[in-house]
Structure formats: structure tokens, C-alpha cells
Design a protein around this ligand. Sequence first.
Ligand SMILES: Nc1nc2c(ncn2[C@@H]2O[C@H](COP(=O)(O)OP(=O)(O)OP(=O)(O)O)[C@@H](O)[C@H]2O)c(=O)[nH]1
Ligand SMILES: [Mg+2]
Length: 342
Amino acid sequence: MSINPNAKPLSKTSLGLDSLVRGIQIGDRSVLSQAITLVESRKASDRTLANNLLQSLPKSKNISFRIGITGNPGVGKSTLIEQLGNNYIESGYKIAVLAFDPSSPNSGGSILGDKTRMEKLSKEHNAFIRPSSSSGQLGGVGNSTREIICLCEAAGYNRIIIETVGVGQNEIAIDDFVDCFVLIALPGAGDEIQGIKRGIIERTDILAVNKADGEQKNLAKIALGFFKNVLHLFSHEDGWLVPAISISALENQGVDNLLELIEKCCRHRMHDGYLDFRRKKQNEIAFDKNCRSQIIHEIMQEKHFNDINKSLKDQIINGSITPEKASDIFIKEFIEILKTPR
Ligand SMILES: Nc1nc2c(ncn2[C@@H]2O[C@H](COP(=O)(O)OP(=O)(O)OP(=O)(O)O)[C@@H](O)[C@H]2O)c(=O)[nH]1
Ligand SMILES: [Mg+2]
């Protein structure tokens, strides 16, 4: 497949609600792409259609698993997803890959990098790859990740793989969307050396040391030993014991083992309704986050608050007020107006 480096992201949809719902349900990839562009939009008019669309999608009867693949830049996430995705397809699954690239918020993500690294997968009829910009969101995933996952599931994709670069402690936000969180590490020793934060390791469900090939095999063994020692200190509330394995995404070694562990983790979580409970909790978090960001957005649309905000920021910059005091003044003003009868 040749890739057009000048390709622009798909433009906004001109489809109405019914056509969007129908198109997604029959698995029309072009409609799915348009729907994703729609839910990524923060424009008020798009939000209304997007929210109606999400509300109108029938519940998928398929069981789907949401898998997060995280790790520092260059650890081999995309190379791994190419192999993992193809293994899934061979087993009859439909794969959606959402790849977030926080480094290029304006270019629509690492479209070139990822599509070349997922060359075989991107040609598969049963695979849908969507590079996306995280637009400076905390956690290296976009605001609309949960919504995109729901669209892909409604279109029949039953294994959703989310690639996101490790950006430090904030990265754990991906945990708000997935059923299983896979951390990819490099050969070598110690989390200090690998630059992985404790908060990420605590939330990891499966750890894979990648690039365990060629001259790095021994270093991979050292890393594996280190992580096994660290991981046994943590336990998950559902009793899942975090396994650590070594793999070579490039040589497709150990990727089948990783796939089995992912399936095992998700199926373990299906017992006693834990997966369901976890997703409900994630939905609650999404609700809270949406409300908060929407409320702030609405407040800032009001000239009065925008002016106060700017003036307080000026005062913070010239050192005449602390940020804490400034936020106190801002909130008090907001509450005052909220209480004023209209
Ligand atoms: N030796 C070896 N190289 C690998 C392996 N997996 C990936 N690489 C190489 O590592 C480099 C980065 O691979 P990517 O798959 O792009 O890594 P990534 O984590 O997706 O990178 P970003 O998306 O930029 O964060 C490429 O040159 C790959 O060929 C592996 O298992 N062994
Ligand atoms: Mg990548």
C-alpha cells in the first residue's frame, strides 16, 4: 500500500444521525471514520450530533476486549501491534487500533510512522487503524478515546488495541479506558534506567520486555528478572497476578504468549462481573471528566469570567497574587453569580 504523505484527515461528516447509526452497524469503514472525526470535534453543534449518535448506538452483542499498549517512545509498540493484530486476525477477530501520538498534535498523529509499521495489518479487511492526535491531553490519549472505542465496538470490532506513548505519571489515564493494560519495557535494568514511573507499574496488568533478540537477549533476561521482583510487590483488587515475559516483536517471538495472557487477563476479569463493574466505574469517570471540562469550557465562553480569568493570570505573572489565592477569588466570583437569582 502506498501512503500519501499529504493526506488530510477526513473532513466533517455531512451524514445525519440515522445514516451514521446504520453505516456503523453495517461496518462501513468510511462512515466509522467520519463518526470518529465527529466525536473528536469539540464544536458545540458537532457535540450534539456526536452525543445523540453515542446514545443511539445499539448495545453490541459481541464480547469485546479493550487492550492498552503503553511504553516509552521507540520501545516497539507499533511493531508489536502489527504482530499481535495479525495473530488476532488469524484467530478470526476483528481488530481496531487507535494510535495516539502526543508529539504531533496538529498533524493528526503519526499516520506515516504507524501505517508503515503496521503494513500488513493496515491491508487487512478485518483491521481498522486510526491514528489520532492526543492534542496535549494528559495521559497521552485523546478526550474522546472512550467514545471512539464505543463506535468501533458498534461497528463489530471485538478487540480494540490502544497504543499510547509513555509520558510519565499522567500516562495512567489510559487505565480509565481499557480492560487490560500492557506495559512494554526495554532490555536493561531498573525502572530508573527505563524511566518508568512507579504509578504506571502499579497499574500494569502484563509486562513485556521487548527486543529480546540478537545481542540484547541477555539484557532482556536481566530486565525480566528485575521486573518480576518489582511486580510481585503489587496486587490487583481482582486477584490478577501480573505476569512478566520477554518478547521480540520484530521476530514475532513470544507474541502468541502475550496474546494468550491478554485473553486470560480479560477472561479472568469477566468472572464475577468484575469487567462489567470496572467499565461502569470507567463510565462514571468519563461522566465526571466530561462534566468538568464542559463546565470550564462554558464558563470561559462568558466574557465576564474570561476577563476575570485574564486579569488574575496577569496578577499571577507579575507576582502580586499566588495561584491559590487567584483560584479562590475566581471560584468565589463564580459561586456568587451562580447564587444570584436571575
Ligand atoms: N531489535 C528489535 N527492534 C525492534 C523490536 N520491536 C521494534 N523494534 C524497532 O524499534 C524501533 C521503534 O519501533 P516502533 O514499533 O515504532 O516503536 P513505538 O514504541 O511504536 O514508537 P513510538 O510510536 O514512536 O513511541 C523500530 O526501528 C523497530 O524496528 C524488536 O522486537 N527487536
Ligand atoms: Mg508507535
